[in-house]
Design a protein around this ligand. Structure first.
Ligand code: C2E
Ligand code: CA
Ligand code: CA
Length: 278
């Protein structure tokens, strides 16, 4: 989520500036990292509030950098966007995540339902549908087992025709679409009716102040609207029992956050699954 472009050089400014000369260097470093498999999918459980059981997972990128250690997306996604490599990076993470998921399915641990993040450029890519459907088919997962999370900014700033066409095509193929970081942007309400969405993800900033009365009014209004429009709601950043309880009381079906589990690498999530999925 968050500001794309603006602080895109965070990671690299200490050592090198991203000017024309260094863009090449940055591209090479990220490109190598993708090829070497240093950028990998982590998995964060999404929990059904009614019974505490696993609903799905969100796939979140991490870079195991050989010298800088484990990097979170804010440290490298803006750079990948700047370097023109975000589309490849997204597809690499998606493929790897789907490969892990299908193994858990084969082991009969869980019938996976995974949510993939997509950068604005990835959504506007003319080859998105072709590429993604091929990856999905090769993975062996069904269309009903994958969701794509799109940011509001994808549809507002980058409101190009290609993004709109791709969104419609994904939906027609039966891929679930979720509006990410809902409640942080503008034009949210009109977008909710204009797009073929399956659900929204309530931003952490709306969840954190609960059970505060003002926050509660906002949550109730959003849940009523979502219900009216037939949209599922996943609350993000649920850290405290009191928040989960409150969201459940208000009719929110699914929660994700450190209160349940942090994002985990594949092996650790597999262990988590053995304990929690059945
Ligand atoms: P997001 O899609 O809103 O993802 C949720 C972020 O909230 C994740 O940060 C997650 O680790 C964090 N989080 C989850 N539960 C809690 C909680 O209880 N408390 C707090 N404080 N944080 C929580 P992360 O993994 O650092 O990812 C940041 C952003 O980077 C994501 O925000 C998403 O927009 C982007 N991103 C992550 N993976 C990918 C990817 O594969 N492709 C693209 N294009 N973007 C990605
Ligand atoms: Ca997301
Ligand atoms: Ca989010």
């Amino acid at each position: 989520a968050k500001s794309l472009g603006e602080n895109s050089t965070q990671l690299f400014t200490q050592s090198l500036r991203v000017d024309a000369n260094n863009l090449q260097l940055l591209q090479t470093e990220i490109d190598d990292a993708i090829k070497r498999g240093e950028i990998e999918p982590w998995f964060q459980p999404q929990i059904r509030l009614c019974d505490g059981r696993l609903h799905g997972v969100e796939v979140l990128a991490r870079w195991r950098h050989p010298t800088r250690g484990l990097l979170t997306p804010d440290r490298f996604i803006p750079a990948a966007e700047r370097a023109g490599l975000i589309i490849d990076m997204d597809h690499t993470i998606w493929r790897s995540a789907m490969a892990h998921a299908v193994l858990w399915q084969k082991e009969d641990l869980w019938r996976p339902c995974i949510s993939l993040n997509a950068a604005p450029d990835t959504i506007s890519d003319p080859y998105l549908i072709e590429r993604f459907l091929l990856e999905l088919q090769r993975s062996g997962l069904g269309v009903d087992q994958v969701n794509i999370e799109v940011l509001e900014t994808t549809l507002i700033n980058g409101a190009d025709d290609m993004a709109a066409i791709n969104i419609d095509s994904l939906s027609e193929c039966g891929i679930g679409l979720e509006l990410d970081d809902f409640g942080t942007g503008y034009a949210s309400l009109s977008k909710l009716t204009q797009l073929p969405l399956n659900g929204i993800k309530l931003d952490r900033s709306l969840v954190a102040p609960l059970p505060d009365a003002a926050a509660d009014s906002v949550i109730r209004a959003i849940l009523a609207l979502a219900s009216e429009l037939g949209l599922s709601v996943v609350a993000e950043g649920v850290e405290e029992d009191v928040q989960a309880q409150h969201l459940n009381d208000r009719g929110c079906a699914i929660a994700q956050g450190y209160g349940y589990a942090k994002p985990m690498p594949a092996a650790e999530f597999r262990t988590w699954l053995e304990k929690h999925a059945k």
